[in-house]
Design a protein around this ligand. Structure first.
Ligand code: FE2
Length: 319
C-alpha cells in the first residue's frame, strides 16, 4: 500500500499531528484496556455483546448439525467486486473518473488464507486511491501484530497512486498506529488529508470509530470547511448527519457486513447498527450527501455468510 507523498498533504503540521495522536492514543488505550465503550449518546452497555456471543455459540451448533455451516463458510470465501459510479456535479474536473478502492471489515484472520482471497479479487483492479473503513482483525482485543503479516502481504498488492488511508473500527486497537509504515496504511484519526491532482484538491476526513470509541474530536474534524469536494471515512454510519450538515459530499462506511447472515438479500438477522435499515448496505442519502455502506470483505462472529455476499468496492467518481 504505497503512498506518494507529493499527492497528499495532511491539514495539521507534523508536530500538531504527533501531539493529537498521543492524546488520542492515551484516551483510546484506557477505553480498550478497561472495556469502556462510549457512543455519541453516552456510555454504552456491553451486556448485549455478551449475550450476542452466547447466542452465536448456539447458532453455530445449529448450523453444524443441520449441515448449513459448510455452505455458509464457502459463501464467506466468495468475494464480489462491486463496481459503482457515483455522480457529483461539484466534483473538481481533475477528479472526474477518479477511482476509489473501498475495503471494509477485512477481519483478515477470521478465515485461514483470507488475505490471498482478497488479493485474488483486487490484483487486476485499477484504482487511484484505497480507502479502508475499519475492522482489520477478528477479535475485539489482543495484539495487532498477530495480523500484521497478512496485512503486509495484502499491502503489496495495493498500489494506489494517491495513497492508502484507513480508519479504525470497533474491532481494532490503538496499537495499530505503531505499524502504519509496515501495514502500508496511513491512519486518519480525527483528521483530514488533502488529495492533490493536477492542481485541484479534494479533502478526505477520517474519524475514530464512533460505535465504541466516540470522542469529541471526531465531530470537530468533520467541521473542516473550504473545499469543493469532501469525503468522510467513518467505520459506521453514525456520523452521517454531522457530515451532511458540514457539507460533505461522500460518506464511506462499513461495520454492518450487510447483515452477514440474512433471511434473504437485504434482510439481516442482526446488523449491529441502530440508525435505520437504509444504512445496512449500499448507497443512501442524507441531505445533499451520498453515503455508501460496504457489506465488507470479511466476517466476524461466525465465519459464515448467507444471502449476503462479501464485497470489495470500486467507486468511480464522475461529474
Ligand atoms: Fe466488522
Amino acid at each position: 500500500m504505497a503512498n506518494s507523498p507529493c499527492m497528499h498533504q495532511f491539514l495539521d503540521p507534523p508536530d500538531i499531528r504527533k501531539e493529537k495522536r498521543l492524546i488520542w492514543a492515551a484516551t483510546r488505550s484506557v477505553f480498550e484496556n478497561v472495556g469502556f465503550a462510549h457512543k455519541r449518546s453516552g456510555k454504552k452497555s456491553r451486556s448485549h455483546w455478551n449475550l450476542f456471543i452466547r447466542l452465536l455459540g448456539v447458532f453455530a451448533f445449529l448450523l453444524k448439525i443441520t449441515g448449513y455451516y459448510h455452505n455458509g463458510y464457502a459463501n464467506a470465501k466468495t468475494i464480489h467486486v462491486n463496481e459503482i459510479s457515483l455522480k457529483f456535479p461539484n466534483l473538481p474536473a481533475a477528479f472526474n473518473g477518479f477511482r476509489i478502492l473501498h475495503l471494509s471489515d477485512l477481519h483478515i484472520d477470521s478465515i485461514p488464507g483470507f488475505a490471498s482471497l482478497i488479493i485474488h479479487k483486487i490484483k487486476d483492479l485499477k484504482f487511484d486511491i484505497c480507502l479502508l473503513t475499519g475492522d482489520y482483525r477478528r477479535d475485539i482485543s489482543g495484539s495487532f501484530s498477530r495480523i500484521l503479516k497478512p496485512v503486509m502481504i495484502l499491502s503489496k498488492y495495493i498500489q494506489a497512486h494517491y495513497g492508502t488511508f484507513a480508519v479504525l473500527g470497533n474491532h481494532d486497537t490503538y496499537l495499530m498506529a505503531q505499524y502504519e509504515r509496515e501495514s502500508g496504511m496511513q491512519l486518519l484519526i480525527n483528521e483530514s488529508v488533502e488529495i492533490i491532482k493536477d492542481g485541484q484538491k479534494l479533502l478526505i476526513t477520517g474519524t475514530d470509530d464512533p460505535f465504541n470509541f466516540f470522542t469529541e474530536p471526531a465531530l470537530l474534524c468533520l467541521g473542516t470547511r473550504g473545499y469543493d469536494f469532501k469525503i468522510a471515512m467513518v467505520h459506521t454510519s453514525e456520523l452521517a448527519g454531522v457530515a451532511s450538515e458540514n457539507k460533505y459530499d461522500l460518506y464511506l462506511c462499513g461495520h454492518t457486513h450487510g447483515g452477514q447472515i440474512c433471511l434473504k438479500e437485504g434482510m439481516p438477522l442482526i446488523s449491529h447498527q441502530f440508525e435505520g435499515k437504509q444504512y445496512n448496505q449500499g448507497t443512501w442519502r442524507v441531505g445533499n450527501m451520498t453515503g455508501f455502506t460496504s457489506k465488507g470483505a470479511g466476517v466476524s462472529g461466525l465465519p459464515v455468510r448467507f444471502n449476503c455476499q462479501a464485497e470489495v468496492t470500486l467507486i468511480n467518481l464522475v461529474i
